[in-house]
Design a protein around this ligand. Sequence first.
Ligand code: HEM
Length: 468
Amino acid sequence: MGVDAFLLVLLLGPALAAVLLHFLFAKKERRNIPNGSMGWPLLGETLGFLKPHKSNTLGSFLQDHCSRYGKVFKSHVFGSPTIISCDHELNSFILQNEERLFQCSYPKPIHGVLGKLSMLVVVGDAHKKLRSIALSLTNTWKSKFEYLHDIEEHAISIMESWRDREQVIFCEEARKYTFNVIVKQILSLKPEEPQTAMILEDFLTFMKGLVSFPLYIPGAPYAKAVKARSRISSTVRAIVDERRKGVVGSEKGDFLDVLLSNGSLSDEENVSLVLDLLLGGYETTSLLMSLAVYFLGSSPTALGQLKEEHQAIRKRKEKGEHLNWEDYKQMEYTQNVINEALRCGNIVKFVHRKALKDVQFKGYLIPSGWKVLPVFSAAHLDPSLHEEASEFCPRRWAGRATSKKIAPFGGGPRLCPGAELAKVETAFFLHHLVLNFRWRTEEEDQPMAYPYLEFKRGLPLVIEPIER
Ligand code: HEM
């Protein structure tokens, strides 16, 4: 072999080997990677995946893809090759194997709005540290009578403001209620304080940007959201500074006091955690309430049964006596209504993960580095898991306080720390609502997955007080 030929083999050999390996590997992948379609260059199938649909249906994209490729399929969405899972078993497997095989991986633009220290952004030990504090905070309120008392007072006060009204936009009222509850519990702010109104206004801008197209040009919703977040941060930081001055009597016994006395987080982390709890704590819960009211509106039998349960609780109590934890634990049918509203309404349709290594599941290969989207709504509406899956039927939960067949609050090491708080707020509100008001929807307004959940008209209700 001449020198030239030798050089040629030396240069081309590795290249040929790489091409050969690529084909061998591609063939192996083709064998195991779930079927599916990668859609258009760059855009992939993102637009189809995000196409709005009624939130108690699968939507045409998932419907078509599941019938063509099965419950687990490959696609290309949000700029990455992705495995989309509509399979409840795989969804649970993904959530339970957080940090071992999969990892939380929200798209970069979301990091821009949430901030680099947000619990939905951080991973590994940084996440563990924030989470343990968030859990200790959300667990304290359960045992405290004052927190429950406070929640009920806020519900009563919202409904008192309805006394002379014939119509309310329910989503707005529910949002006011859950926001007032969470800012009181975390920062001890009252609804009438100017800081409360300021934070709420900034949060509304923030929410719009979080779900908008991530275009950072002045005036665009995304850019406005980034600014709104920084204003909320400044407001919270000012409150933290005030408390730090340690003026006697400035302790309020709220979440922020517990957080500051814990002392293990930097100020930046404290502010970010407060923002996470405020953000996680109000919009989702108000949507749960709106879903319950929406579905009950067309289920007179369920509404009747719910009313009976709350009338019985009231009978056992003195006039005006507050609800307590034992009362809440006895609201069995209310829990069924809440579980069913979560199943049918699908507040969080899917979450974002990525595979940390090649993962084999039921004979599929999920390649390392690919995005993975467990779609909760698909499992919630799966007829092989839920009989007459499209029907709102709270009775199906009888005797089962929780179910492994739904995952409205996610699961594994990232299971929502606010689940119980959201349920208590909803249960207490429903208690006073069914005892004091009749309601009906005048215009048809359905819960829609945009894919974030929204009632287009805010769920207008015609209300009538019940004379007792
Ligand atoms: C009906 C109401 C709610 C629903 C449907 C809901 C749903 C969820 C879901 C699905 C996740 C998991 C996200 C993921 O795995 O990527 C989550 C996480 C979270 N939620 Fe909720 N949530 C609700 C109420 C609340 C409340 C009331 C709070 C605060 C008090 C809260 C705070 C959080 C936080 C801080 C996380 C991040 C947890 C972590 O990464 O470890 N949520 N929520």
